[in-house]
Ligand binder design. Sequence first.
Ligand code: NDP
Length: 225
Amino acid sequence: MTTILITGANRGIGFELARAALEKGWTVYGSARTQGKAHDMAASLPGLKALVFDVCNRAEIAEGSRRVDGPLDILINNAGIIGPDRQSTLDMDFDGFAETLAVNTLAPLAIAQAFLPALRRARTGRILTVSSQMSWMGYGASDRIAYRASKAAVNKVMQGLATDLQADGIPVALIDPGWVRTDMGGKAADLEPAEVARGILKVAENLSLTHTGKFFKWTGDERAF
Ligand code: NDP
């Protein structure tokens, strides 16, 4: 039986990931940042085991990790934010930029570290972090630069973690979900979260050391950093 943890599972892509994993009959842990949100999430997703932590709060993450006492096969770092209203290189809300880095870049690493003992307990531990096509270094797009930078940085961090966990046999990879109709993606986005979630789960399920350190589209195709 596969056990999975999805962060930010109370709405958006994370919610659909949790729903799809429950439909597969897996043991599913989903995190939300408050008790109230966790309660609503658990009520909407029967069978889900709710964890409560803000992804930027190391003490709360540690408490959450103590609740997972068995093996953890898959960690999906999904929680993320788009960043502050003012995030141009010429007019930057620096506190908002720092928060964006904290949520999108630092938190996935802190969560991976905290749940590493549980991932090691499963002989098939895997880590997948949701990045974005907006991280791509191949062009000079400058809108939402705090968000772009935070996702480019998490790509580098996870590539490094992949190198460092290779000897433990734990694959670490990144996923680009495309443009998805969620609160973040907006109504004009071209992909349904449920469809994308099924694709991401398939990638997570099939992750092996041959994929470690790589960046995939939600369809499973490898893509450029
Ligand atoms: P949503 O805004 O719909 O959901 C974001 C989720 O992250 C919510 O559950 C939110 O919780 C959680 N979250 C944010 N900050 C924190 C925090 N500090 N602590 C705990 N939870 C937190 O976004 P999506 O579902 O669209 O995005 C999911 C992931 O996909 C993100 O990493 C995003 O960057 C990425 N992505 C999305 C795209 C899209 O088109 N939608 C495109 C490319 C990448 P809460 O309800 O408490 O705020």
